[in-house]
Design a protein around this ligand. Structure first.
Ligand SMILES: CC(C)(COP(=O)(O)OP(=O)(O)OC[C@H]1O[C@@H](n2cnc3c(N)ncnc32)[C@H](O)[C@@H]1OP(=O)(O)O)[C@@H](O)C(=O)NCCC(=O)NCCS
Length: 419
């Protein structure tokens, strides 16, 4: 692969014969090392949606960049499951970086979506500085946690709560657990914005192992009326010695009621021969902190989680609920999707209702960029905080407070899995 002149590349949909080169670009860019699986296995096993994948090709027709999207379904504020484009596989060959290849792919992807795809796109960013320029905003937050297991006692209330659960815990293979996991996940799907629907491939991808990771241990809580929760985790053996130093890495804990939730955490915190529990992605705020006597031993750090891009203002705002009635004119800037730019009259008649959104020439109450609308879209990044950061500008007294109350949502958005 030679280094071309700066603008000599083209962005187009992936074709069958591009797949091998495209995967080489992805593997190199992410530093995943040597690719062992065949192209067919990767496209099948990783569920790459070939027909939603773009490639950048240089003048020699070599693939030098990739960008793909999953067809996700995500819970919006109010509980409705909506189609969302899950952007990923955004990579550029090291020989072709910093000459606009990613920008060309992101613009093409957004133009394709705006022309008839999902009204909202979402992604996990490898680096914080990349996606703001394309109109993505930080829409949810997560906490990686680390708990010292020698100081992980429950409060008396939490002990009683866990003991009251009628469920019994069963360790199961993923295959045996799958019907239970599906039932539990489907049951909680509408409760929290940011939750993603999962099919069998996705469960396998998350918990089944591969990419150098062992399969997760899966423990399922089954009560008299059926499954009420599960936890998925992996144990990492510690150093040999007289004091345990092993680690339990919790992937997720999901429960349909507080007693099962407490019961599953007690199980995880009581695993033998370990010193530390870690979990990469806990919701903010985390109910676990309220189960522990010494919650200071649960070291937590606030990290960004999902970035959201409102691709179509009218459709996106019409497909989520709002926590309070509101009647405002927004002046939206959007440098990438021109159809979003301009003034929008947003009316929500009642708390919990959806918005009627119309073009208007009326004087704006608020000005903001489409990235800020994306940040606020799941209800977890308050508009009043964006206003304090100078990103949202108020023209009518009280408009920020009214918008912030309407756009916010409880419970706070959380997406358990990285895609
Ligand atoms: C991130 C990546 C896709 C950028 O590709 P690229 O073609 O070099 O990007 P572009 O030339 O289009 O750069 C567009 C802009 O982003 C900036 N940028 C690019 N990579 C950046 C990074 N890692 N951090 C901050 N800014 C970055 C560029 O400086 C440029 O800024 P400008 O618009 O102000 O001039 C590429 O470096 C890559 O493959 N990285 C490894 C894989 C990865 O992290 N992918 C993202 C997955 S979520």
């Amino acid at each position: 692969m030679t280094t071309p002149a700066p603008s000599s590349f083209d962005v187009r949909p992936l074709e069958q014969e591009d797949r091998d080169q495209a995967l080489d670009v992805v593997w190199r860019a992410f530093g995943w090392g040597y690719r062992q699986d065949s192209v067919d296995d990767v496209f099948a096993g990783r569920s790459i949606e070939a027909d939603r994948t773009l490639v950048a090709v240089d003048a020699s027709s070599d693939v030098v960049g990739t960008a793909s999207a999953y067809s996700l379904r995500m819970t919006m504020p109010g509980g409705d499951l909506q189609p969302v484009a899950g952007v990923w596989m955004v990579t550029v060959a090291p020989t072709h970086r910093r000459r606009g290849v990613m920008t060309a792919m992101m613009r093409r992807q957004l133009a394709d979506l705006a022309a008839g795809g999902e009204a909202v796109a979402a992604l996990w960013a490898t680096e914080a500085g990349v996606y703001g320029r394309y109109g993505y905003g930080i829409a949810s937050w997560r906490q990686p946690i680390e708990v010292d297991l020698s100081r992980a006692a429950f409060t008396p209330h939490a002990r009683d709560l866990a003991a009251r659960s009628p469920a019994r815990l069963h360790l199961m293979s993923l295959d045996d657990a799958l019907p239970h996991l599906t039932a539990i996940h489907d049951g909680i799907l509408g409760a929290r914005p940011g939750t993603l629907a999962r099919d069998a491939d996705r469960w396998q991808f998350l918990l089944g192992g591969g990419d150098g990771r062992p399969p997760a241990e899966v423990v399922v809580a089954i009560g008299p009326d059926g499954p009420t929760g599960y936890a998925a985790y992996r144990v990492r053996e510690g150093k040999p010695g007289l004091v345990p130093t092993g680690v339990v890495a919790v992937q997720e804990v999901s429960a349909t009621d507080p007693a099962t939730h407490a019961q599953l955490w007690r199980y995880l915190l009581d695993l033998d021969l370990l010193s530390t529990l870690v979990c990469e992605s806990r919701p903010v705020p985390d109910p676990l902190a309220h189960l522990l006597v010494d919650h200071r031993r649960m070291h937590a750090r606030l990290d960004e989680a999902l970035w959201v891009r409102v691709v179509d203002v009218e459709r996106a705002l019409g497909a989520r609920a709002f926590a309070a009635p509101v009647d405002l004119v927004l002046d939206v800037t959007d440098d990438v999707v021109p159809a979003n730019a301009g003034r929008w009259h947003v009316v929500v008649a009642e708390a919990g209702g959806t918005a009627v959104v119309r073009r208007t020439d009326a004087r704006p109450d608020l000005s903001l960029d489409v990235g800020d609308l994306g940040a606020a879209h799941l209800g977890a990044t308050p508009l009043h905080v964006l206003a304090l950061a100078g990103r949202v500008v108020e023209h009518t007294s009280g408009a920020v407070a009214a918008a912030s109350a309407a756009w916010s949502w409880s419970p706070t958005a959380h997406t358990a899995e990285i895609f």
